[in-house]
Design a protein around this ligand. Sequence first.
Ligand code: COA
Length: 720
Amino acid sequence: MDGPSENIRLLFEPRGVAVVGASANPAKIGFQVVNNLRAGGYQGRIFPVNPRGGEILGLAVYRSLLDIDGPVDIACLVIPAGRVLEVVADCAQAGVKNLVVITSGFAEIGNAELEKRIVAAAAAHGMRVLGPNIFGIYSSNCRMNATFGPKDIKPGQVAIITQSGAIGVAMIGKTATENIGLSAIVSVGNTSDIDEADLLEYLIEDQTTKIILMYIEGVKDGQRLIQVLNKATREKPVIVIKAGRSQRGAVAVASHTGSLAGADAIFDDIMRQCGVLRAESIQEALDWSMFLSAVPQPKGENAVIVTNGGGMGVLATDACEKFGVELYADIDTLDRVFSGFVPAFGSTKNPIDLTGGATVEDYAAVIQASLEQEEFHSILALFCETAGLDEESMMRVIEEKFLASLTIKPIVFILFGGEKMERCAQELARKKIPVFTEVVSAVSALGALYRGFHHRVSYQTMPAQPLPAGSTGSGPVAEDDFDDGVVEEIIRGAQADGRSFLLAPEASALMQAANIPMPRSRVAKSLAEAEAFAEEIGYPVVMKIVSKDILHKSDAGGVALDLLDRTEVLTAYQAIEHNCRVYNNKARIEGIEVCQMVRPGTETIIGAQRNKVFGPVLMFGLGGIYVEVMKDVSFRSLPVNPRQAFEMVSEIKSFPLLMGVRGEAQKDIPQIIAIMGKISKLILRCQEITDVEVNPLMVYRRGEGCLAVDARILISKPGR
Ligand code: COA
């Protein structure tokens, strides 16, 4: 990844744009694109192309692309779908670098074949294809509005990439009314060739772009997107709005990991892993864009809330908790800084409540004191409308304090009230001063700023590096204790047998080869062996049928738990044999597994799978039989580093169970992280493994380790 390719750079900074299908008819898209290019003041040359020739908007029309006498870096195609392919050869001959195919009527209506042929023909001549089925591209760097959307696009610092044409066009209007200027807006449509990752490569380096906003409905090449997003979020905030939180996209698969990995659950967690800020709505995304492009980065965690209304302070405090904004808590310092401004019936504790009698001057003074205090890293300045409030002085104070804050710390202004406050907010927004009129959205924006801050800080302290299999999260890294030879042999054996899953003893052996602790167990082929193995393992023991033909052992009566002595083992052996014969008299029984009875602990699940979109992913969560009901899991794309593994553990809702509730001891989290490393290694090293799942992974007190009670491993069929 060495920055954008030359083609992509020229897509945003073309020297010349040809409009193939340019029309003199103002009702046609071919006219609107030429009109927008002209009206936007495009700095390169515009070449309308139409076999009729003539003039459009004073520009000479070329009868053929081959007649053009200057560099054409973009050919914008606005001709019917059936004619696009035949034009590609002319484009190649004219030295075109990028085709911007606005035309609809391809993969989106099932005509994928034609789309593929166009991309292949273009690729054969080193050309890239944006679209088809798009409204075009705008780039402020050369004032190019090659769209058939609005004529006036407000230039600025936010770049938008959108998979939806309609939402994109609407966002041009919406950003303008919100006083958000655009550095670029690109419609990707069917992403037949150029995709989000290609465009991000340019936008990461583009000095004009301060914020990247993406509207996504689906991802094709998730692994590449992850790579580029990881790079992007280290440079500038990336905000994503993704449609489709519903479970519809989830496919039925043979493991909990698979079925819990609903398209959205994985997307959400992986975006967080990449440091991407996922907004719930377009409005939230725009609020964040406006705020993040206007304020400096915080230097630390501590926020202060200053307000003239106690209730608003409480609402802001609640919102801070929800959005992960830390409030400064040293009471002595707060009292020292603010006691001179706060009346006796107010409060100097954070939130700092000036009470309803506060004047604009009092408000200005507390903000100034907050700006000057180095321990305060960000400020939430709330003001509720008061009788006789002078709008002009309020706006002056906000402007003055905002400008003063720019080199020091982020400040969020919230003006709550009626028309006066709305007017102030709008007036200030015109001056690019972000002012919110509602508490929750304001704190949500500050929370987004902090999420980006946390991501950058944690990346600096621990850059992405694989989680070593022997890592305990913080301690020394153990030696590579992974037996590749044994793993391969087990998989080859199962494949030779035509299976895409491992039998329980194979899965246990594989876990052992990966040095993942499992309960002691042996497969007995006779009563005498069962007795001997039980003695060797130590009571109590569990016994389970081993048969390729019986997958659901309990249903077949093939499991006996908590066997305390020799007599119970012998009775269970006979009962299991009998039950399984009755259940399926054709079943091939390989033996009966005698296994250490596992003492109770906290049941967790660790899974890894090869995801179609994102490649290898790791899952951690609350395990046991209710795993799919509780859905208390987290995902990451692999590899993960120890910090990310810990984040996965700590972000599940049941994390307090692992930390120890009601006086219980803390559980062995370092061992969980170590086993996550081993499972990651299995799927990363062994291409044949498609799914590994340990459920439950019984977790004991810290220092007492974990036991993988059951492991399920799916493999690819040989030759796949
Ligand atoms: N080279 C140059 N010009 C050509 C041409 C060629 N090979 N083939 C046709 N043309 C000219 C036509 O003669 C016509 O010019 P005219 O107005 O002077 O007659 C012009 O190109 C447009 O062709 P026309 O057949 O009139 O098509 P159209 O304008 O009705 O529709 C599209 C063309 C591309 C707009 C239409 O097919 C389409 O896809 N619309 C949907 C676009 C869309 O919604 N995109 C997604 C947005 S999110």
